[in-house]
Design a protein around this ligand. Structure first.
Ligand SMILES: Nc1ncnc2c1ncn2[C@@H]1O[C@H](COP(=O)(O)OP(=O)(O)O)[C@@H](O)[C@H]1O
Ligand SMILES: N[C@@H](CCOP(=O)(O)O)C(=O)O
Length: 309
């Protein structure tokens, strides 16, 4: 019986100013999915490790199976597969947990089928899984998890996905406070309309961030991590947000924002030199409000998802 295992990395979506259109992959963590051929048609999620028994085994609810099913529907094939998921990412964390599962499953299943799709062509299937996970088929987690590096989704209709350069030495610290925030809940606090003033500020920062990545200008990257669209509403769901932001910037971070829909926060820095001070500064704030936190730090992952040989 043929079997393929694949890994897909965690991701930071939005990158502050790029709501639903920017994201990057991180090296520190990810999910692993093994897909095995089976005789009977249909998908079965056989086991999930590392989720504390909280994720659904039903194929129509688990992002691994939803993504593979979307791929099989496109191929018009009735194939039988068993899915074994090893969660490396905490749930509802803002580190693209639902996306990493979908992407790892797709990369494994695609290989099992003899690679009928190029990597980039797998994106719509992963987006279908995100729709099931949080009600919105956003691509800013699945695209960087699949392709690695910084990714821009210039348009959704039709999908236009562009890989951006990763300046050498750019480093990311992730601060994951000990509580869960579902993307669907964190999206529900957002407003449908954006003022002209805020639209101008936001576009300036998206353009600044992209220019900063192309020019390797760390200061420009840092001052472009500004979000006037989602952050003001989401910050109210994340205790200590503004205090942590001030503390990590004083400790040497280029800038800080909400990773995806939170509650994890991400801080970017030039090299690893300031990482311990950034973590210590954030830890002090979380201690003062009695909230536990896990800290991770990582280079930007440039490879994206891959088959584990
Ligand atoms: N394989 C999976 N991994 C993670 N979440 C999944 C998976 N399959 C379905 N889900 C659902 O997706 C939701 C979590 O996704 P989301 O709220 O976007 O959090 P995250 O930011 O961690 O991706 C949960 O409701 C969870 O039940
Ligand atoms: N653009 C989305 C990103 C959600 O990321 P996640 O890691 O929290 O799933 C949003 O901001 O809602």
């Amino acid at each position: 019986m043929k079997a393929v295992r694949a890994f897909a990395p965690a991701t930071v979506a939005n990158v502050s100013c790029g709501f639903d259109i920017l994201g990057f992959a991180i090296d520190a963590m990810g999910d692993v999915v093994e897909v095995r051929e089976r005789k009977e048609p249909g998908l079965q999620v056989v086991s999930i490790a590392g989720d504390g028994g909280r994720l659904p085994l039903e194929a129509e609810k688990n992002t691994c199976a939803v993504a593979i099913q979307a791929m099989l529907d496109e191929l018009g094939k009735e194939v039988g597969m068993e899915i074994y998921l090893e969660k490396g990412l905490p749930l509802g964390s803002g580190m693209g947990s639902s996306a990493a599962s979908a992407v790892a499953a797709l990369v494994a299943a695609n290989r099992l089928l003899g690679e009928p799709f190029e990597k980039k062509q797998l994106l719509p299937f992963a987006m279908a899984a995100e729709k099931v996970a949080c009600g919105a088929g956003h691509a800013d987690n699945v695209a960087p998890s699949l392709l690695g590096g910084f990714v821009l989704i210039r348009d959704y209709h039709p999908l236009d996905v562009i890989k951006l350069p990763v300046p050498e030495g750019l480093h990311c610290t992730l601060l994951h406070p000990h509580f869960e925030l579902k993307t669907s809940d964190s999206r529900s606090v957002l407003r449908d309309h954006v003022s002209l003033k805020h639209s101008t500020i936001q576009s300036g920062n998206v353009a600044g961030l992209i220019a900063g990545l192309f020019q390797g200008d760390f200061e420009l990257i840092g001052r472009s991590l500004r979000d006037v669209i989602a952050e003001p509403y989401r910050a109210t769901l994340i205790p200590g947000f503004y205090e942590v932001k001030e503390a990590v910037k004083t400790a040497g971070a280029l800038g800080m924002g909400i990773s995806g829909s939170g509650p994890t926060l991400f801080a970017l820095s030039k090299g690893e030199g300031n990482v311990q001070s950034i973590i210590d500064a954030a830890q002090q704030v979380y201690d003062s409000i009695g909230l536990g936190v896990d800290a991770y730090h990582s280079a930007i992952n440039t490879q994206g998802a891959f088959v584990l040989e």
